[in-house]
Design a protein around this ligand. Structure first.
Ligand code: HEM
Length: 447
């Protein structure tokens, strides 16, 4: 198939702005804005930002070295940990060393293939309800619908459907907390003090406290026995390994980690997938035919019967990686593709740049699910496509997210036809996650 749909992306100026200017221009509000075309064809950028050296490697060999072969020498940056601490504490995303290993081992069984199969019924029910809420005709904000759906699923799958975690209020607080965290992280990486100067930063601080308090109440109400679900198992296991106060803190840290990381990213993957399907009716028709046939069978392996839709999802996460960048700090001197890395340097991995790199992908900005056709991965470096990261810190929820996104998309496609809304602006906004600014309106009609 020849790819014809080139979906929205920010303008690319002739050159990247000097560091001082990028503190105040559109790049400071939108992490994926302001990159020049050259950033998508060069292999390495080294910038000195107020005394901190920041490397942005794009060569997959360099990425593989940071995330896998020399992963022991790269940790989550201390600055980033400080920034996320008010919300995520020392939970799985923001810990290193022995504490990280203990927590990873503790949660891994809950995300193993067998455990995900047991969740498919619950996911399918929520997906069907979500498809049924789509209007028969008219415009719909698929980003908002995606968030409501994945929020319900994470609350049901991990927290026994605690109603406090399924409200519009919770959704608004998460959006505010993530936007602010994205900005504060940039400031912190640039050596700026951790003060909340702007109204959005102050709203972010309030949102973090709201989320922490809500999850804190849930964890404390349950007591050391925890209860019979994911978060209950986590509480019990932490009490077996840590003193009571620390166990409670770590339980809240992980409740926040899994609540936020467990649905916001998947919601973005869904919204971008729907947008791309709307932009390419032929791909959409093929995916719908597959979905309708697949829905007529057992739910346990429904996702396995959606190989073409999986190609669409993979391509959506290439063009719009829900986590557009993530960082490491070098714990020892190293070299990446011939560039010297000093202890203390920040290495910033950017799926946003790598997934659209001109030397890694043909027609890189165009939507083409055939890139992920069976066998095509043999042509790729395994570290040139990393929506879920890679190496030992690879996303623990990758399978959960993939199965969930496929089931929801199948239900949406079976329920409605999606089209672009003429004149509607689609504006990708990069912060901690990559979301459509102001939502994503699509036109729907009966399937
Ligand atoms: C499409 C959806 C998702 C995307 C694109 C995504 C992306 C990522 C990425 C890139 C990382 C690695 C970050 C790094 O190396 O610094 C990560 C880690 C993580 N993700 Fe996801 N994620 C998704 C869904 C989920 C879900 C559904 C959950 C849980 C239910 C989850 C929980 C986590 C956790 C706990 C980590 C930290 C793992 C560790 O450090 O050991 N994610 N995710």
């Amino acid at each position: 198939m020849t790819a014809s749909f080139v979906p929205a992306y920010p303008d690319r100026p002739a050159a990247i702005a000097p560091v001082w200017r990028s503190l105040f221009n559109e790049h400071s509000r939108n992490a994926i804005a302001g990159w020049s075309q050259a950033a998508f064809s060069e292999w390495h950028t080294r910038r000195v930002v107020l005394g901190t050296v920041v490397h942005i490697p794009r060569h997959p060999d360099a990425v593989e070295r940071v995330l896998l072969t020399n992963a022991a020498h790269y940790e989550k940056p201390r600055l980033v940990k400080r920034v996320v601490a008010p919300l995520l504490g020392r939970g799985l995303v923001s810990s290193d060393g022995e504490l990280w290993r203990t927590q990873r081992k503790l949660v891994a069984p809950s995300f193993a293939p067998g455990a995900i199969i047991r969740l498919t019924g619950l996911i399918a029910e929520a997906a069907e309800r979500s498809g049924a809420t789509l209007p028969l005709a008219g415009a719909v904000n698929v980003a908002a619908l995606a968030t409501a759906t994945t929020m319900r699923i994470i609350a049901e799958a991990l927290f026994s459907g605690d109603p406090r975690l399924m409200t519009d209020e919770a959704s608004r607080q998460i959006e505010a907390a993530l936007l602010a965290a994205g900005k504060v992280r940039v400031m912190a990486l640039l050596g700026m003090p951790h003060v909340r100067l702007t109204p959005s930063a102050r709203a972010g601080g309030r949102a973090q406290r709201w989320l922490r308090d809500t999850l804190g109440a849930i964890v404390r109400e349950r007591g050391p026995e925890g209860g019979d679900d994911f978060i209950g198992g986590m509480i019990r296991a932490l009490h077996e390994r840590f003193p009571a106060d620390e166990a409670v803190e770590l339980a809240i840290d992980n409740a926040a980690t899994f609540y936020v990381a467990g649905h916001e990213t998947t919601a973005n993957a869904l919204a971008w997938s729907a947008y791309l399907l709307a932009g390419d009716p032929a791909v959409q028709d093929r995916a719908r035919a597959e979905a309708v046939a697949a829905l007529d069978g057992p739910v346990e392996n429904l996702a396995d019967r959606l190989p073409y839709l999986r190609q669409v999802l993979d391509e959506a996460m290439r063009l719009y990686p829900p986590a557009p960048r993530f960082e490491r700090e070098a714990m020892a001197d190293d070299a990446l593709n011939g560039v010297a890395i000093r202890r203390g340097d920040i290495v910033s991995i950017w799926p946003w740049l790598i997934h659209r790199h001109q030397r890694l992908w043909d027609n890189a900005d165009a939507f083409d699910p055939d890139r992920f056709a069976p066998g095509a991965d043999a042509q790729r470096h395994r570290f040139q496509y990393l929506p879920f990261g890679g190496g030992p810190r690879v996303c623990v929820g990758a399978r959960f997210a993939t199965v969930e996104a496929l089931i929801i998309l199948a239900h949406w496609l079976a329920a409605r036809r999606f089209a672009l809304v003429e004149g509607a602006v689609v504006d990708p906004l990069g912060s901690v996650t990559l979301r459509p600014r102001g939502g994503l309106m699509l036109a729907v009609t009966p399937a």
